[in-house]
Unconditional design. Structure first.
Length: 227
């Protein structure tokens, strides 16, 4: 049983607002993702956190994955990069928080969010993928494992396409664990090129329920950072 009882979002609410409060604990974050809900704070300090389950949800189904020609070229050009999982979660989320976001006044990864997700990682529910050029961290992504489904949160890169190659590494890993799709929340131009699509909230929640019922484990070594 989940530790929180989340209300059903109002079908007329275009945002899919479920709750609006200041309660950002690791346990509540884990429960939210397992219920198809995620926090969507603004960059404005002091405002309550919207917890949302949008009417439309973007997913990437691995059977529909398309790797564009320019990304294939980057794979060849950057074949010297080394990819790891959960090697540097704190560094990845910190880099995501500092990444420039054109058209936005700041980042939603506030110090409170950063600290909470680090604790979620320590509990074995948040994970990162890293790209290394020698000993230098040049790209990465992080997200939350919601009972058999990986929910992507944010990416960063210091070398062009490094974060996109992290996505491909993530997909390969998830496929090796029997997973067939991941939650990307919102459809972006990059993920659209990879073959992602939007589905209705009811379909997403049904897919999430089926995955949770399987009890699939996506990451076998969880918790604090490892080498």
């Amino acid at each position: 049983m989940l530790p929180y009882e989340w209300p059903v979002p109002d079908p007329a609410d275009k945002l899919g607002l479920v709750a609006l409060d200041y309660v950002l604990t690791p346990e509540r974050v884990i429960s939210a993702y397992q219920s198809g809900i995620f926090p969507w704070p603004t960059s404005t300090l002091g405002r309550p956190i919207p917890w949302v389950c949008p009417p439309r949800r973007a997913i990437l189904e691995f059977a529909a994955l398309h790797v564009p020609h320019n990304l294939r070229r980057s794979q060849r050009r950057l074949q010297h990069l080394r990819f790891t999982i959960d090697r540097a979660f704190d560094a990845v989320i910190s880099a995501c928080a500092k990444a420039p976001r054109p058209g936005q006044g700041g980042t939603w990864i506030s110090p409170e969010m950063l600290e909470t997700y680090q604790k979620v990682h320590q509990l074995g529910h948040a994970h990162s993928v890293e790209a290394w050029d020698g000993t230098e961290l040049v790209g990465g992504l992080y997200g939350v494992s919601a009972g058999g489904v990986f929910c992507g949160e944010s990416m960063f890169h210091r070398i062009s396409d490094a974060s996109k190659l992290c996505v491909l590494h993530l997909v390969s890993h998830l496929q090796s664990q029997g997973s067939s799709w991941l939650d990307i929340q919102q459809l972006t131009p990059h993920f659209a090129l990879l073959g992602a699509r939007e589905i209705a909230r009811a379909e997403f929640l049904s897919m999430l329920d089926r995955e949770r019922a399987l009890g699939r484990v996506l990451f076998h070594t969880a918790g604090p950072e490892r080498g």
